[in-house]
Every structure is written in structure tokens, then in C-alpha cells.
Design a protein around this ligand. Structure first.
Ligand code: HEC
Ligand code: HEC
Ligand code: HEC
Ligand code: HEC
Ligand code: HEC
Length: 370
């Protein structure tokens, strides 16, 4: 009860700060913060002798924490929206417009943590948001041997009794060598690169990595996939060689750092040690071929479908894929099926798989199972 009251009070404070931020700055979506320093930072956590942030000051002299700044409605027209430069990954209860696949409403590419406010919590139960389930769950499929580009394994290789966080040791964003979330993403907000990254496999800077996911490559859509379509979306990095070592800059390898067993066929090593049909686990970092039922992905024109995204081997200096050619741009990834943050559906699926006897959007790829 007490926790809920504090949350409500905080959200009023957040709304006020947002109104202020966006009156002062920000008209075009881009990958770097801009605007007056004072809209986001406070030098002494004090104004006219009163404390500005209860429980503060925050790291990097910030007026809010990660969740505070990233809570809101992407589609709102009061200025505090993704259109004005802040991606909201936790929308509030009154913006539950996910729909069937989360591509028409307020949901961004990662999905939304809104659905971990509820029970059952369907998504990553990050500290600072999750009020229902949470602490102490080891990542399913954790195989504790898969480091990030800086050589650090999230959770230190020994994940016990810890809740997942946005960033840091137990988080997805930023470096994993610190449990301080602001040190983990340092530089990411001011030096963020919109679009292509250089040498992602060895780049350990949050700013130069795809969405501050250290060492991961990819092309960043400038509005974080707000209402995407075939020609307006992120371009994810994938590999045509399944397994843990082929390309450690893929979006699926990010997931593998905590869920490694699900990224590897492990005991079924045919097809050049990558596994093959019949599979033991659903393949990822695997090229979907222009053959059989898969040839009909996206209809006769093979349009890219943002509700079941595919990755490509090239995300550097290429146009984003709007129609796939099955050469190096039809790679199955973890996020072909899941939302990284949360969704309304069981196990953070992008669509209602468990509750729909037809399987829902599995048929986007398995077209003859329709
Ligand atoms: C829209 C919000 C926003 C505005 C405006 C903003 N900052 Fe920041 N700043 C952040 C965030 C978030 C971080 C911490 C996370 C990070 O480093 O990515 C940060 C971190 C910093 C840091 C420490 C990390 C680094 O990048 O070296 C400095 C110094 C800083 N800001 C200075 C400034 C100054 C000076 C201004 C005005 C010219 C400014 N900021 C305007 C959001 C903002
Ligand atoms: C003061 C407000 C503020 C705080 C605090 C803040 N962010 Fe952000 N964040 C922003 C804004 C504004 C953007 C959009 C500009 C940009 O991409 O840097 C953003 C963008 C991002 C992005 C997308 C970057 C990209 O490549 O497009 C990520 C990831 C992110 N923030 C994570 C975090 C994490 C993790 C924390 C806590 C350690 C945090 N943010 C704290 C305001 C904030
Ligand atoms: C830093 C470690 C970490 C990373 C990276 C990570 N996860 Fe997780 N994941 C966890 C933990 C811990 C849990 C169990 C607790 C929870 O659900 O929050 C979990 C749970 C899940 C669940 C079950 C959620 C539910 O509703 O029960 C899914 C699905 C999932 N992860 C998918 C992914 C995908 C897809 C990626 C890559 C985009 C990913 N994870 C990356 C740590 C991680
Ligand atoms: C993004 C495209 C895509 C989506 C979405 C997708 N699949 Fe698959 N699936 C594939 C590909 C490609 C293969 C591997 C085919 C091969 O062996 O060449 C595969 C393999 C399989 C296999 C193993 C077949 C075998 O020969 O061993 C099963 C079972 C399966 N998928 C079920 C599902 C279900 C259930 C869903 C929905 C939850 C789903 N798939 C969603 C692309 C997809
Ligand atoms: C073809 C769709 C599909 C792909 C691709 C896929 N998943 Fe899943 N995942 C599911 C479904 C469906 C479930 C729910 C359980 C089930 O039906 O097997 C699930 C469950 C999970 C869980 C929860 C397991 C638990 O014990 O509760 C995690 C974690 C997870 N997936 C992570 C991943 C990761 C990491 C990848 C990439 C390496 C991945 N998934 C790729 C469809 C997929």
C-alpha cells in the first residue's frame, strides 16, 4: 500500500518535470539528449533551500532515475512524447493500447514494462518498476559462460538471489562491471550515435553500441519503432551460423549472455555444428531459407513484417530491409517472438501464442501451418 502511494506521488512529480523539460527543448527525435542542462540535471539537489528530489541526490546530478525519465505515453500530444525525444518503455495504466502485436499504439521496439505492473507479470521484472514478482530468479537457461564484448558475464557468472536491473551487473544496458546503473551507461545519453556503429564486436562503449547494449550492433530507427511498418524499423544484427561464438554482436547474443542454453542447439550438432531439423530448441541466429512454407513470409512480395522481425548480417551502411531476399536478411532471432521489456502475453511473447489455438503469428514464417 505504502509503495503504491509513493509511486503515485512520484509519477506526479515526473509529469511535472516532463512538462518542464519539453517546454524548454526537444522537437525532433534523435539519439542524443539536448536542451537546457537544468531540465535534467540539478547541481546541488536544492532549490530555494528545499530539497529537490526526496531520497536524492541521484548519480550524474540527475533529477530523475532511469524509470522516472522513461515512464510516459509515447503518443501523447502534450510534448512529453517520443516525438519530442524521450523513448518511454514503461507506459502508464491509462495507455494500455498494445493491441494484437504492439505495432499500432504506444509500444516501442522493446515492448513495455507496463505489463509487469500487473499479475502475472509478463516481461522482465526490473528493479524499480516490478511490484509484484521479482527478486531472486536466475535467468532461465543461464549458462554462465557467455561474456559481453568487454569480457564480463552479466551476473558475474554466478547469478544468485538478484533482481534484474535496467543497466549494470544484473542489467541489459551498459557495462556489466558495475552495479551502478549510471556509471554503466555513462556517456550513452550525450554521445549516442543514431544509426550505424563501428567495430561493434570490440566496442565496449555504451554510446557506440546499439541502444547502449554493450558490443551489440544494429541500425537504430530514429523513433525507436514507434508505430513501425515494413520500411520504417530497426535493423537487427543476426548471424547465419548458429552457436555462441560465430558473431557475438547479434541481438540474440545479447539474450544469450543470460539465457545461453536457449541460443544453442548444444547436443544436436549437425549442419556445420549449428544443429538442424529436427531441432531440439527453436533455432535463432539461423537463416530462414527461400524454400517451402518460409518462401511466403510477408506475402508474394516478401515484405518485412515488423510484428515478427528478422535480422540481417549487414547492419552497417545499408538501407534498412523493406523486402527480404533470403540471402542474409531473413535470420530468426529471440525477438522475432519475444519483446525484450514486456508485453501483455505469456512469457513476453509479441503476440498471444499461449491463448490462441491457431498459434497467432507463428504462421508469419510457418505459412503452411496457417
Ligand atoms: C534530456 C536530459 C538531459 C539534458 C538536457 C542534459 N543532460 Fe547531461 N546527462 C543526462 C543523463 C540521462 C545522463 C546520465 C547517463 C549517461 O551518461 O548516459 C547525463 C550525464 C551527464 C554527465 C556525466 C556523463 C558524461 O556524459 O560525461 C555530464 C557531465 C552532463 N550530463 C552534463 C550536461 C550538461 C553540461 C548539460 C547541458 C549542456 C546536460 N548534461 C544536459 C541527461 C541530460
Ligand atoms: C534525465 C532523463 C533521463 C534519465 C535519468 C535516463 N534517461 Fe535514458 N534517455 C533519455 C532521453 C531524453 C533519451 C533519448 C535521447 C537518447 O537517445 O539519448 C534517452 C534514451 C535512452 C536509451 C536509448 C538510446 C538510443 O540509442 O536511442 C536507452 C537505452 C536509455 N535511455 C536507457 C537509460 C538507462 C538505463 C537509464 C538509467 C541509468 C536512463 N536511460 C536514464 C532520458 C533519460
Ligand atoms: C542481464 C540478464 C538478462 C538478459 C541480457 C536477458 N534476460 Fe531474459 N530474463 C532474465 C531474468 C533474471 C529472468 C527471470 C526473472 C524475470 O522474469 O524478470 C528473465 C526472464 C525472461 C523471460 C520470461 C519472462 C516472463 O514473463 O516470465 C523471457 C521470455 C526472457 N527473459 C527473454 C529474454 C530475451 C528475448 C532477451 C534478449 C532480448 C533477454 N531475455 C535478455 C535475465 C536476462
Ligand atoms: C521469424 C520466423 C519464425 C517464427 C516467427 C517462428 N518460426 Fe519456427 N522456425 C523458423 C525457421 C526458419 C525454422 C527452421 C527451419 C529449418 O530447419 O530450416 C523453424 C523451426 C521450427 C520448428 C522445428 C521444425 C523442425 O524441423 O525441427 C518448430 C516446431 C517451430 N519452428 C515452431 C514454431 C512455433 C510454435 C512458432 C510460434 C511460437 C514459431 N515456430 C515461430 C522460423 C520461425
Ligand atoms: C519461435 C518463437 C521463439 C523464439 C525464436 C524464442 N522464443 Fe523464448 N519462448 C517462446 C515461447 C512460446 C515460450 C513459452 C514457453 C513455451 O511455449 O515453450 C518461450 C519462453 C522463453 C523463456 C521462459 C522460460 C521459462 O523457464 O519460463 C525464456 C527465458 C525465453 N523464452 C528466452 C528466449 C531466448 C533467449 C531466445 C533466443 C535465444 C528465445 N527465447 C527465442 C518462443 C520463442
Amino acid at each position: 500500500m505504502k509503495a503504491i502511494q509513493i509511486r503515485q506521488l512520484s509519477s506526479i512529480k515526473y509529469r511535472f518535470s516532463f512538462a518542464l523539460i519539453f517546454l524548454l527543448c526537444c522537437s525532433v527525435a534523435q539519439a542524443k539528449v539536448k536542451g537546457h542542462c537544468s531540465t535534467c540535471h540539478t547541481m546541488h539537489n536544492s532549490q530555494n533551500g528545499s530539497v529537490l528530489i526526496d531520497g536524492g541526490p541521484n548519480q550524474a546530478l540527475l533529477r530523475q532515475d532511469c524509470v522516472g525519465c522513461h515512464t510516459g505515453d509515447n503518443g501523447s500530444d502534450n510534448g512529453a512524447s517520443v516525438v519530442d525525444g524521450t523513448p518511454f518503455v514503461h507506459y502508464t495504466a491509462d495507455v494500455d493500447d498494445y493491441g494484437d502485436a504492439g505495432i499500432l499504439g504506444s509500444t516501442l521496439a522493446g515492448g513495455t514494462f507496463h505489463f509487469i505492473d500487473l499479475l502475472p507479470a509478463t516481461g522482465h521484472n526490473v528493479a524499480g518498476i516490478d511490484t509484484t514478482e521479482g527478486a531472486g530468479i536466475t535467468p532461465p537457461g543461464y549458462n554462465s559462460g557467455l561474456p559481453d564484448a568487454a569480457g564480463i558475464i552479466p551476473g558475474g557468472g554466478n547469478w544468485t538471489d538478484q533482481q534484474i536491473t535496467c543497466a549494470g551487473t544484473y542489467g541489459c544496458h551498459g557495462n556489466h562491471n558495475t552495479d551502478n546503473q549510471f556509471i554503466a551507461v555513462r556517456g550513452g545519453h550525450h554521445q549516442g550515435v543514431n544509426g550505424e556503429k563501428v567495430e561493434p564486436e570490440t566496442n565496449t562503449s555504451p554510446a557506440a553500441s546499439y541502444r547502449m547494449l554493450v558490443g551489440i550492433a544494429g541500425f537504430e530507427d530514429s523513433d525507436w519503432e514507434y508505430q513501425p511498418d515494413s520500411s520504417n524499423h530497426n535493423q537487427y544484427r543476426g548471424s547465419t551460423t548458429p552457436g555462441q561464438t560465430a558473431d557475438q554482436s547479434t541481438i540474440s547474443y545479447l539474450c544469450a549472455q543470460c539465457h545461453g542454453q536457449f541460443h544453442s542447439p548444444i547436443t544436436n550438432l549437425t549442419e556445420a555444428a549449428g544443429g538442424g531439423s529436427p531441432w531440439l530448441r527453436h533455432p535463432t541466429d539461423y537463416l530462414m531459407e527461400n524454400d517451402g512454407e518460409y518462401a511466403n513470409y510477408g506475402g508474394v512480395d516478401n515484405n518485412y513484417l515488423p510484428e515478427t522481425p528478422l535480422a540481417s548480417t549487414k547492419t552497417h551502411n545499408v538501407d534498412i530491409v523493406s523486402t527480404i531476399n533470403f540471402n542474409n536478411d531473413s535470420i530468426v532471432t529471440c525477438i522475432s517472438c519475444h519483446r525484450a521489456h514486456g508485453s501483455p502475453y505469456y512469457k513476453s511473447m509479441r503476440w498471444n501464442y499461449a491463448g490462441d489455438s491457431s498459434g497467432g503469428l507463428c504462421v508469419n514464417c510457418h505459412t503452411s501451418k496457417n
